[in-house]
Ligand binder design. Sequence first.
Ligand SMILES: Cc1cc2nc3c(=O)[nH]c(=O)nc-3n(C[C@H](O)[C@H](O)[C@H](O)COP(=O)(O)OP(=O)(O)OC[C@H]3O[C@@H](n4cnc5c(N)ncnc54)[C@H](O)[C@@H]3O)c2cc1C
Length: 426
Amino acid sequence: MDHQHGPWSVDGNRGLHLQLLKICIFGLFWIRGVTWNFPNLGLLKLNTNGSFTSPTVKAGVYKRVVKRRQRIVEKSKKLAFVAGACPTVGVGGHFSGGGYGMMSRKFGTSADIIIDVKLIDANGRIQDRESMGEDLFWAIRGGGGTSFGLIFSWKVKLLDIIEKVTIFNVTRTLEQNATQLVYKWQHIVDKVDDNLLLRLFLKSSESPIRRGQRTIYAFFTTMFVGGVDELLHEMQDSFSELGLVKEDCIEMSWIESILFFAGFPRGTSLDVLLHWNNSATNQEYYFKGKSDYVQHPISINGLEGIWKLFNQVGENSAELQFSPYGGKLSDISEYETPFPHRAGNIFMIHYAVFWGGGGGGGMKNSQSNIAWIRKLYGYMARYVLKSPRGAYFNYRDLDLGVNNKGNTSYEQARIWGVKYFKNNFE
Ligand SMILES: Cc1cc2nc3c(=O)[nH]c(=O)nc-3n(C[C@H](O)[C@H](O)[C@H](O)COP(=O)(O)OP(=O)(O)OC[C@H]3O[C@@H](n4cnc5c(N)ncnc54)[C@H](O)[C@@H]3O)c2cc1C
C-alpha cells in the first residue's frame, strides 16, 4: 500500500517548493478569463535539498520555473500532492483555507499535508513552525492565512502514488437516466474505495435528442489511483448502473491526469503547465458561488426541483459541483485543523453562476444571476446540513456576512464563522 511521506528531514530529497506566482488577480466575487480545472503546477518546483526560497510575484520567477520543467516532470511521476485544479488559484489562499482535489478521499486536503511554513507576522518577523508555536501553525492550516500573517513559503508532504492512475469522464443526460444515476451516486460515493474519487458536475444545456429543449447533463468526472482493471471491478461492485466500460477509461501518470482535468487533448505537452498564461482567455466573466454540505441523500423529488430551477437561468450559465467526501477526509478529526468538514458528510456542493461582462453587461446581468443563485440556495436548505448550515471557507460567500469596516464583534462574526469552521470558531 502506498503511504504518505514524512517530513523532508526523513528523506531530504523529497521536499516540495511552491512559488506564489499569481498569474491573474481573482477577487472574491468575479473572475476574469478563467478556464476551469486547470492546475497550478506551473508554479511548482521539486527541490532536491528541501530548502525554500521566498516566493515573489516578479516576472523573473516565471522564467526560472520554466527552466526547471524537465526536473518537475522527471521527479513527480510517482510523487504527488493534493490540491484543487484551476489556473488562477494561488497557493496562499488555497492551502491556508483547506484545498480539496481529486485525491482528497485518499490523502485529505492540502492543509492536511502541510508540515511547515514561513510567515511574516504583523511585526515584520519571519516565523516558522517552531518559532510561531503549534496554535498559530494550527490556525493557518484551514483558517485562512490573512488574519495571521503573510505566508511566503510552504513545506508539504509529498505523497507516494503508483505510476498509473485511471481517469474517465462519462456524461449522462436526463434521457439517459441521469436523475436515477445521481440519486444512486449519493448512496455510494463516500463509501467506495479511498482510491476512487467520483466527482459530479451538473449543467443544463440543449438536449442532444430533443431539439430546442433543454436537458440536464451529469458529468461523472473521476480519478482512480490504480489501474483500469481494478477500477472496473470497483465500479461494477458499487456503481454498475453507470455502465462504465473499459473504453471509457484511460490509464496515465498523475501529472498527465492534471492535463486531462484541465481539458487538454491527450498528448498535449506537459510544458503547457509552465507556459499557461491567462491572456489566452481574456474574455471577461462574472461569477457568484456558494456552498453546502450534504449528509443525507437528496430525494428524487429534490433533484427534480433542482432541474426545474436550472431552467430559470441561462443555458450553460450555471454549474453544480458535487465533491465526494469520506475516505481520509472522514478519518481526520474535525479539530485537527480549522477545516472542520470531516466525518458524516457525503459530499460538498459548490453552486456557481456565470455571466459575461462585455459592453457593461456585467453589472446589468448581475442582479438576476445573483437572485437566481440565492433562490437555489434557499430551495436547497431542506436537503443540506443545518444548524449550523455548512460552508467551505475557500468558497467564500459574502451573503453569509462580512466584517464591519471598523470592529466586528465575536457574536456577529459567529454567524458566518461557525458555518465555515463549526466548533473550531469558538
Ligand atoms: C475557478 C476556481 C476553481 C477552484 N477550484 C477549487 C478546487 O478544486 N478546490 C478547492 O479547494 N478550491 C477551489 N477554488 C477555491 C480556491 O481554493 C480559493 O479561491 C482560494 O482562496 C484561492 O486562493 P488565492 O491565493 O488564489 O486567492 P486570493 O483571493 O488571492 O486569496 C484568498 C484569501 O487568502 C489570503 N491569502 C492569499 N495568499 C496568502 C498568503 N500568501 N498568506 C496569507 N494569506 C493569503 C488572501 O488575503 C485572501 O483573504 C477554486 C476557485 C476558483 C476561482
